[in-house]
Write a protein that binds this ligand. Structure first.
Ligand code: ADP
Length: 662
């Protein structure tokens, strides 16, 4: 059973002269409390009180008041839609539980009817009033949306309106509580409700009954208004403070974000923050969780205090820093003089004493939970600085901004570096294409000339034909080697080579490289090759194939640039850096000291490819450097100059605790 008609509509229909008004929920609460207080204060004779709450939760907030009102009358009716336990009952007063889809759920009524005092509040919630009100922003914490709900209706002391309201509400109560028919009848009789309604219809008189002292009502209303005003005032000051803070954070953030240079960002942040908070010092320095010390890099200084710029700050034995690190939250000390942590730490006590720090704030600069640095604020005078929540929040938001700005600046710098690398790589690639083109075209044109001559001149003498053929063959072999070396080098440079490190005996690798050399140059006369490898050398850790390749290339070069009468020596020692150093020396043509480094460049050949008699591609040493770098070794050349012989050294990591002869 539910009733869809509105009490307010029924009232307005019967009494068309009534003009409904708009009320915010806050005003209705104030009026209702004032009306209830008036009943508590005045000496009314068993008044009829009807209060209709939209929902049980609103009733529950007022239940204790109605228990007190119950002392004043036995004719109190409290209506509400049930949510948990509200049900029809007759304990202190009559509880009337109406259906959750009754029109009453949209209404708010309070009626006080006595012989010498009548007043009523009959209102209905305006549709859509629960939706967000755009004029009341969410950011105002103490202005909750509930108090801004809107109602329309009548608040009056006019007897005719109160009589009609009483009649309508009592009829509604009787529907839900037929068991109360006698009680309702009693009150109707006592106040001659029906009779009075009929009479007033005839007279249509607007009689007001307030034959009592209404001061409690007025007093209560004013108190409520004052409280609302105070709440409003607090809300607006909180908005103003918030707006001030936002403006500050914005201005500092803009200053920070104007730059992509980390140093500038930190300096600007220190300056702006220190100035805004009128601190004696504002310090910012980079620090990571594992750092034991940090150097104060940026400082804002109030002219009267000593600078700490460039000071080395203790972190490892600094209990405040360690606490910040553990909780990833800032710490503020109001008075360093009586702080137990500072008193206990000699490092902190000495800072406090030397630099006169009285109040201290340490805020971490974090990015995704990782420490990037620290912001410190110092106040150095008496009385100590009482840190306000607003200040702590401000420093925290600036530290967050610094963290983001630093990461952005760093990413930008990395991007720039990467860009430069890419540009360099692109330049190298273009050079490489040009050089390779040239290196390939040269033998190709020789081959072409030889083959064309052979094809077009059938009468060519047999000996010349043989020369042509062998030149073509020789140059095609040179091209093959060039292409092969070029591919090897690009694979090594682009990291496309898979390394298979193993423990190796250096003597065996040298033997392998020499046997490879001997098979290749069986017809040529090559210089004498000596090896001086101590038996007790430790094993080395490298990829065997590539190690043999390096040795073979170096020995091959030594043979190429040393007359057959000369001598080549291969030595190995274990050096002080846990590396084995292999040296290939020759007594050949030597290298000018200013060329010792560029011989490792691609295509470097002292005499130029065209004039070369020794063969080779100019890529051998570049390949050797890539291979040796691959196992974190070093390769370099030594020579005292022309005809003084050369020494090529390279290093290989040693296998710990190993010896070749074991
Ligand atoms: P290639 O030997 O194929 O020309 P490399 O890269 O192996 O290419 O060597 C580059 C250059 O370094 C050689 O052309 C030569 O001028 C110089 N060079 C290398 N090894 C020696 C050496 N043992 N003695 C003198 N010069 C050398």
């Amino acid at each position: 059973m539910s009733i869809s008609t509105s009490v307010l509509s029924d009232l307005l229909n019967s009494l068309p002269h009534l003009r409904p008004q708009l009320y915010f929920k806050a005003s209705l609460t104030a009026l209702s409390h004032a009306m209830e207080d008036q009943v508590l204060a005045a000496n009314l004779d068993r008044p009829l009180i009807i209060a209709s709450f939209q929902k049980e939760r609103f009733y529950r907030q007022e239940a204790h008041r109605y228990q007190r009102l119950a002392d004043k009358s036995n004719q109190i009716y409290v209506l509400s839609a049930p949510e948990t336990e509200f049900a029809n009952s007759s304990e202190y007063y009559e509880k009337v539980s109406f259906d959750t889809d009754d029109a009453l759920t949209q209404e708010w009524h309070l009626l006080v009817f006595a012989q010498n005092y009548t007043t009523c509040l009959i209102c209905r919630e305006s549709l859509g009033s629960l939706s967000k009100n755009k004029y009341i922003p969410d950011m105002i914490p103490s202005l909750d949306m509930d108090t801004a709900r809107r109602f329309e209706g009548i608040w009056t002391s006019e007897k005719g309106a109160c009589l009609k309201a009483a009649q309508l509400l009592l009829a509604r109560i009787e529907v839900y509580r037929p068991d109360l028919a006698d009680k309702i009848d009693e009150v109707k009789q006592r106040f001659r409700i029906e009779e009075a309604i009929n009479k007033s219809k005839v007279n249509s008189s607007h009689e007001y009954v307030a034959d009592i002292d209404t001061y409690p009502f007025v007093q209560r209303l004013v108190t409520y208004l004052q409280a609302s005003q105070y709440k409003l005032h607090k809300a607006y000051s909180s908005i103003a403070a918030q707006a001030r803070k936002e403006r500050l954070v914005n201005s500092i953030s803009t200053a920070i974000r104007r730059s992509l240079d980390p140093k500038e960002i930190l300096q600007v942040a220190a300056q702006e923050l220190g100035q805004h908070l009128e601190a004696c010092r504002c310090l910012i320095y980079r620090a990571q969780a594992t750092d034991t010390k940090a150097t104060v890099e940026h400082e804002f200084l109030n002219s009267h205090v000593t600078s700490v710029l460039g000071q080395s700050w203790e972190l490892e034995h600094n209990p405040l820093f360690q606490q910040v690190l553990r909780q990833l939250e800032g710490i503020s000390v109001v008075d360093t003089v009586d702080d137990p942590k500072i008193k206990k730490s000699s490092a902190l006590s000495s800072i406090v004493k030397k630099f006169g720090v009285r109040s201290w704030l340490i805020e971490p600069v974090l990015y995704q939970g990782q420490l990037l640095g620290i912001v410190e604020l110092h106040y150095c005078y008496f009385p100590p600085h009482e840190w306000e929540q607003g200040e702590l929040d401000l420093v925290k938001s600036i530290a967050t901004q610094i963290g983001t700005a630093l990461i952005q600046a760093e990413s930008f710098a990395n991007l720039e570096k990467l860009n430069q690398q890419l540009e360099a790589l692109d330049r190298t690639r273009s050079n490489l294409i040009a050089i390779t083109g040239h290196e390939l075209r040269t033998p190709l044109s020789t081959i072409q000339v030889c083959l064309e001559s052979l094809a077009t001149e059938p009468d060519m003498p047999w000996e010349l034909q043989q020369v042509m053929l062998s030149t073509a063959l020789c140059d095609s072999e040179r091209m093959r080697k060039l292409v092969q070396d070029f591919l090897t080098l690009s694979n090594l440079e682009s990291g496309r080579v898979e390394w298979h490190p193993e423990s190796l005996i250096i003597q065996e690798c040298i033997d392998l490289s020499l046997s490879r050399l001997r098979t290749r140059s069986s017809q040529e006369k090559i210089p004498k090759i000596k090896t001086q490898i101590p038996q007790t050398l430790p094993l080395v850790r490298a990829d065997g194939d590539w190690l043999v390749e390096v040795l073979a290339k170096l020995v091959d070069n030594a043979c190429k640039f040393t007359p057959a009468s000369g001598e080549i020596t291969i030595q190995a020692i274990s050096n002080a850096h846990q590396m084995l150093e292999v040296t290939v020396s020759d007594t050949g043509r030597g290298i000018e000291p200013n060329r010792l480094e560029i011989v490792f460049d691609r295509f470097y050949q002292e005499e130029g490819a065209l004039r070369r008699t020794t063969g080779g591609t100019g890529l051998g040493l570049a390949i050797c450097r890539q291979i040796v770098n691959g196992w974190d070794g070093k390769i370099w050349a030594e020579s005292t100059g022309k005809d003084q012989g050369s020494h090529f050294h390279f290093t290989i990591p040693i296998v710990h605790g190993s010896q070749q002869d074991c």
